[in-house]
Design a protein around this ligand. Structure first.
Ligand SMILES: [Fe+2]
Ligand SMILES: [Fe+2]
Length: 256
């Protein structure tokens, strides 16, 4: 099972054709393409249509996606989602799906910061509401992972679950890049690999406290790392006889 992953496409009204090469190359290299949010620039219907056109015209493999914060900007996330779903994209928002024996789970996630600097629900109601959104996103991730029965579980997020793949951004924006609350579910469910975007200037890869590989597949970051393309991360998952804990039976091989 070869997985191509990217994020932060930021399609605008006139972007049609912009990522044709990415979709063609991913289709040749992988069995599935993951899009980890910020699919559009302002969450506009016209932007979603431009992306839907390009995916239908050039993507020849299943496409799984989560929305990002930009896709919510204009208040039409439901319309953006429908256009993409109508184009054949499997949009994950607390759901799971299985492809070739691998379980995929996706949520957008939310901010709040990392580790000891994580925002806690204390004080004004607005602070508590902000934290509650991160808690809710983490719970939806946890519930979706609990429903997956495959030995290999791959997670799509928009926001980062760990601080390490945000490094490179201005530390002042770290609290808006992701939340440690998303890390626990990855560890508890022995996730094979997690992909996220959002941190355009972050770091390419690291791992959770329990060793779950985490890949920042933000397109600007991938372009900087590899200007000559391909602008996606490629992983190959191989199955070994399951040792019983659902984790050791898996090899994750980074190819690019
Ligand atoms: Fe973005
Ligand atoms: Fe974002």
């Amino acid at each position: 099972m070869r997985i191509a992953a990217t994020a932060d496409l930021h399609y605008g009204k006139s972007s049609q054709g912009a990522l044709q090469a990415l979709f063609v190359e991913a289709s040749a290299a992988a069995d599935v393409l993951l899009l980890c949010g910020d699919l559009t620039d302002y969450g506009l219907v016209e932007e979603a249509r431009a992306l839907a056109h390009d995916l239908q015209a050039h993507a020849r493999i299943p496409v799984l996606a989560v929305l990002g914060n930009h896709d919510y900007e204009s208040g039409h996330a439901d319309k953006v989602a429908k256009i993409l779903v109508d184009a054949g994209v499997t949009l994950l928002d607390g759901e799971c799906c299985e492809l070739n024996g691998v379980g995929f789970v996706g949520v957008c996630g939310f901010g709040g910061g990392f580790g000891g600097s994580m925002l806690n629900p204390w004080g004004e109601p607005l602070i508590k509401a902000f934290v509650q959104e991160a808690v809710d996103q983490a719970m939806r991730l946890e519930r979706a992972l609990a429903r997956v029965e495959t030995a290999q579980r791959v997670v799509l997020l928009h926001y980062a679950p760990i601080r390490e793949t945000v490094l490179g951004e201005n530390p002042e924006v770290f609290p808006f890049m992701g939340s440690t609350r998303l890390e626990g579910p990855l560890n508890r469910h022995h996730v094979t690999a997690a992909f996220h975007g959002h941190a355009h200037h972050g770091s390419l890869e690291s791992h959770t406290s329990a060793g779950v590989p985490v890949y920042n597949v933000s397109l600007p970051l991938l372009k900087k790392a590899n200007p000559a393309r391909p602008w996606f991360r490629l992983l190959e998952l191989e199955q070994r006889p399951d040792s019983g804990n659902g984790q050791e039976g898996v090899i994750v091989q980074g190819l690019s």
